[in-house]
Design a protein around this ligand. Structure first.
Ligand code: SF4
Ligand code: SF4
Length: 116
């Protein structure tokens, strides 16, 4: 069974363009939605994303909706902790495909990591 993991040099989930995520209000609280929208830069990327390093400038303090863990996903999406891996892998694949493409090095690295 595949296990979710985040890979270095990706950052696809830090592309926050709300037009690509029409259901934000379904899983974010009103406060979180305000915070989310405040983080969207002019190019759709999070203002906290370091493009050179492909890292998060506020990693330790990043919001709940940036965290992949059982408690957050159960609260936001109603996902049973037993299904976290499958759901999170699907989320990453969709985001990586949308940002970098299905044949991108980012997708290849992700697939290799989760299937290891
Ligand atoms: S899309 Fe997934 S693998 Fe890529 S940075 Fe985000 S959590 Fe990590
Ligand atoms: S706060 Fe950090 S982890 Fe969350 S979207 Fe922005 S750069 Fe990515």
């Amino acid at each position: 069974m595949a296990h979710w993991r985040c890979v270095q040099q990706c950052g696809a989930c830090c592309q926050l363009d709300p037009s690509d995520r029409p259901d934000l209000a379904d899983y974010l609280s009103p406060e979180e939605l305000t915070q989310y929208l405040s983080m969207v830069g002019p190019d759709g990327w999070c203002i906290n994303y370091n493009h050179d390093q492909r890292t998060c400038n506020i990693y330790e303090e990043r919001p709940r909706f940036c965290r992949v863990d059982a408690a957050s996903f159960e609260a936001m999406y109603g996902i049973d902790p037993a299904d976290l891996d499958e759901f999170a892998i699907d989320c990453c694949q969709q985001q990586i495909e949308g940002v970098y493409g299905n044949d991108s090095p980012e997708m290849e690295r992700f697939q290799t990591a989760v299937e290891a």
